[in-house]
Ligand binder design. Structure first.
Ligand SMILES: [Ca+2]
Length: 205
């Protein structure tokens, strides 16, 4: 009876998608991009923005560790349209205000997650067509100020999963999905946010 229950629980987790990410991780192959901001000579050359970078984005050395610091309403991108199914892992620390992280950004639109620090909500939104924003999911999540947290976004086909400190917080299937594109780090108005250890791995089906 006990083993029957165990099998039922495992099957339940599998079909609700909780275990699906493990299948993704097993299949993770190429590393598309990494940046720990430690290479002084590279600086922010792997990043770009439609706006001026230097007033808003700086590499700061804190206790011997270099991090990317975003200040005010600003965004910075990396990657391209070859990026389809991938896992984005990043460490984030809110010094003030809050942040968003965009993914599968292309001429067609973008997805982005963000943290609402007033309501303690993690949200997933879609901008498609460009300029029109749609709420897809909201989830109660605590992301403390002045503490590092690890965010992981896994996108495979039309499925999106978001983990905070390795805990699955959002699982969403988009029937009208954006299929490819780069990533973006965003600091919002009046905010100061640190980012570190960006790692992007491609996924295969
Ligand atoms: Ca670093």
């Amino acid at each position: 009876m006990k083993s029957f229950l165990f099998i039922l629980i495992i099957m339940g987790l599998y079909f609700t998608g909780v275990l699906e990410i493990d299948r993704c991780l097993v299949h993770a192959e190429d590393i598309l991009f990494t940046d720990d901001f430690e290479k002084k000579e590279i600086g922010l050359k792997n990043w770009r923005s439609d706006m001026e970078i230097s007033p808003y984005w700086k590499i700061k050395k804190i206790k011997g560790n270099r991090v990317l610091s975003g200040k005010g309403h600003a965004f910075i991108d990396t990657g391209d349209n070859d990026w389809t199914d991938y896992i984005l892992k990043i460490e984030v620390k809110r010094r003030a205000g809050t942040f968003q992280i965009g993914f599968r950004i292309s001429e067609n639109g973008r997805y982005y997650i963000g943290f609402d620090e007033n309501k303690d909500l993690l949200y997933l939104r879609k901008n498609k067509p460009r300029g029109k924003n749609f709420d897809l999911v909201e989830k109660d999540v605590q992301i403390d100020q002045n503490q590092w947290c690890t965010l992981k976004i896994a996108i495979q086909g039309d499925n999106i999963k978001v983990f905070v400190d390795e805990e699955l917080k959002i699982a969403y299937t988009d029937t009208d999905s954006l299929l490819y594109g780069c990533i973006s780090l965003i600091s919002l108005d009046g905010s100061k946010v640190y980012f570190d250890n960006v790692r992007i791995e491609s996924l295969v089906n």
